[in-house]
Design a binder for this molecule. Sequence first.
Ligand code: DGJ
Length: 543
Amino acid sequence: MKTAAILFSILICYGFAYSQAVVPSVRLEKSGNTARLMIDRQPYLILGGELGNSSASSPAYMKPCWQHLKEMNLNTVIMPVYWELIEPEENRFDFALVDSLLDEAARYNLKLVLLWFGTWKNSMSCYAPAWMKTNPRRFPRTADSAGRSQEIFSVFGKETLEADEKAFAALMRHIGARDASKKTVIMVQVENEIGMLSTAREKSRVADEMYKEKIPVALAGYLKKSKDRMVPELRKRWDAGGSKVDGNWEEVFGKDIGTEEIFQAWYYARYANEVALAGKKEYDLPMYVNAALPRPGAIPGKYPSAGPLPHLLDIWQVAAPAIDILSPDFYNPDTRYWCDLYVRNGNPLFIPEMQFDRSAAVKVFLAVGRYKAFGFSPFSIESPSEASLPLSRSYALLSQLSPLITGRKWLAMDGFIFDHKNKGDTIRMGNYTITLSHYNIMPWAAGRRDSVWSATGGMIIQTGADEFYVAGTGFVATFNNTDQGKVTNILRSDEVTIADGRDVYGRRMNGDQDHQGRHIRFATDEWGIQKVTLYNSPKEIER
Ligand code: DGJ
């Protein structure tokens, strides 16, 4: 009996330990092209900012920054870990710097996403340790288009990969041992903006030989099964070559620079996958890679070729299943255009880098509202900027709305941005058409029209058939019933703040503030949340 009891408890303990092991306490809960980041089973919206590249190499430099970041209403800081500083000599690891930064972040109740500045950082290998950089025989480099050696390690360097895996595993083991109960670190980026320069693929003896080989079996298997899943960019290229599942790279994808990019992407992704796997084995956190988006019209190699770009989504996903997300970095290209391209093939949106100008404060509404991004993060966040205050005001609204957003307690949710070029938008929610416009377009803002068209925007969350939360800055929203026989009016609109998920009512906004019941509006220097209830009357009045 006693033995049975002991055996039973062993089984229970084993079962408990097993369930702990298979359900990591920080994980991504994916659904379609969206995901929620779950921390201890609670959804978490990353209101983040990424540090400038060198800041986290000095705790003294960072010291005054933490308070500033907290005051900007960030809940998460995206912070590099530099390979050369954690492994200054081969196999001698030093985590003192990492530890001190983890402690500071925890002291300010900030979460961290770590950037693994490993083999590649913006294509280059500048953060690899000196003992690697100075040993090109062991850690081969690539050649540029003129055939000159460049400080970009080859993706085919066997020992390079082994060294990266070992260092990354050591880092993740250390983070797991130190932080698994605190969960200050919630996600990790593997490498940084991987991409080949100045050619579309590596040009070396090994690379040339590999390029002549048949495409990998895993890729052939994917092509065979997934023609309806593929992004149209890849499908078009594959169809043009006769939809082959057997043959070398050029036989399957055509003889041009685009195929060279696909080839390179496959091996970059395999490499990133191996590094991620080595780390996840030690401590299983969600992991992503980020991409430098190309300038319009640029060819691969002129932009960092073969990174996790939208036209290579399938390639990266098949070659790197251990990478959970492919993320875009935004330095002023068309936000909507690129976001549309990233939320495909089950890839959710997380924006680790965004140009830190005033528009970031409203692009966050577009990212979260329209694309259901689970995180957003302007770059060089600690640098004082005129963009800091607007962003902190948007983050203040989003941290209040976060339980509603991430708890999925809504019927519909959308986000929008306006500027001097895009002055208006129309969205549908339930029975309503909502006409939105930049605040300056309205007659009462006539004086401002020719002067400042600061970026404005916001989001609308529908929580009942006639109930909406409208939040943001510098826009006007007018609601109309889709039934032409009905006239919609505002029954009430209240300014609200949300504390711990509960509405705290402020002013009733039914006079000038909602233009005597016509629209919901926020001036360009005003940020707020209004809770709105609509009602409908027959269009024809009874006579
Ligand atoms: C994108 C990179 O990922 C960052 O590390 C940084 O170099 C920025 N570009 C600079 O604009």
